[in-house]
Design a protein around this ligand. Structure first.
Ligand code: NI
Length: 225
C-alpha cells in the first residue's frame, strides 16, 4: 500500500518517529527533489503519497503509513469526521489573508490553499474509486502522483473559493452515496496494485484519517504564521 505521503508535513515529529522506519516526507519537497534524485529509500518517499501508487513503494512502509493514519483516526466515527471536514476547514481559513493562505510551510512544502486543493482532488479520485468498486466486479484501483498533480495542475494558483467548492460538492455527493449503501455493498472491494483488496468500509476509515492528517497539518501552519 502506498499511502505514504507527507509524513514530515502532516504528522508531528513524535508521530513520525512513532511510525519509523517510514520514509518521512512526501508531499514535501517534490519541487526540490526531482525523480532522478530519488536514489535511496528515504528519497523515494517524496514520490509516495496517501493516494498515490508509486512503482517503488514498499509494502511494509505503506502498511506502516496506513497504521499511522488509522491511529490518528482512533475511535472517532469516520463518517462524522468526513462530514465535518469542510466546516473545519472554513474555521481554519477564517480571518487569514491571501498571503497567509498561500504561505508555504517551508520551501517545497504546501500552503493551506494547496492542501485544500489536494483534498478536493483526493475527493475526486475517491468519487471515481467508490463508483468503480460499487458498480464493477473487483476493479483495479490505480494511484497517481499527488505532487505531480500539485505542480502540473497549478495548485499554487488555485482560488480558495474554487477549491473549497469542489471539495464541498464532491464530499457531500460521496457521503450521500455512502449513506445509501447496504452492509454487503460496504464490503465490496477493489484491488489496489500494491495494497491488495480494499473495501468501501476501509476506504471510509482511510479517507477520514486522511482528513485528520491534513487538518493537523493546517493547524500547524496556522500556528507558524
Ligand atoms: Ni494527502
Amino acid at each position: 500500500m502506498s499511502q505514504f505521503h507527507a509524513l514530515s508535513q502532516v504528522l508531528t515529529l513524535t508521530e513520525v518517529n512513532a511510525v519509523k522506519p517510514l520514509a518521512a516526507h512526501a508531499h514535501a519537497s517534490k519541487r526540490k527533489f526531482q525523480k532522478n534524485s530519488a536514489t535511496n529509500r528515504e528519497d523515494r518517499g517524496h514520490q509516495m503519497s496517501i493516494f498515490t501508487n508509486p512503482i517503488s513503494a514498499a509494502t511494509d512502509e505503506a502498511g506502516a503509513y496506513i497504521a499511522a493514519v488509522l491511529r490518528l483516526l482512533g475511535d472517532k466515527d469516520p463518517l462524522m469526521v468526513l462530514e465535518g471536514l469542510v466546516a473545519e476547514l472554513e474555521e481554519h481559513v477564517n480571518g487569514l489573508t491571501i498571503a497567509e493562505l498561500r504561505h508555504a510551510e517551508a520551501p517545497g512544502k504546501w500552503s493551506i490553499i494547496e492542501i485544500i486543493q489536494h483534498l478536493a482532488d483526493s475527493e475526486l479520485v475517491w468519487a471515481y474509486r467508490l463508483r468503480m468498486v460499487l458498480a464493477e466486479k473487483r476493479p483495479q484501483i490505480t494511484g497517481y502522483d499527488q505532487d505531480r498533480w500539485a505542480s502540473q495542475l497549478r495548485y499554487r494558483e488555485v482560488k480558495l473559493r474554487d477549491a473549497m467548492e469542489q471539495l464541498r460538492v464532491l464530499r457531500s455527493t460521496n457521503l450521500r452515496l455512502i449513506g445509501s449503501l447496504s452492509a454487503s455493498e460496504l464490503h465490496r472491494a477493489g484491488v489496489h496494485s500494491e495494497r491488495g483488496e480494499e473495501t468501501v468500509e476501509h476506504m471510509i476509515r482511510l479517507y477520514a484519517g486522511h482528513d485528520l492528517v491534513h487538518l493537523k497539518q493546517i493547524s500547524r501552519i496556522r500556528k507558524s504564521l
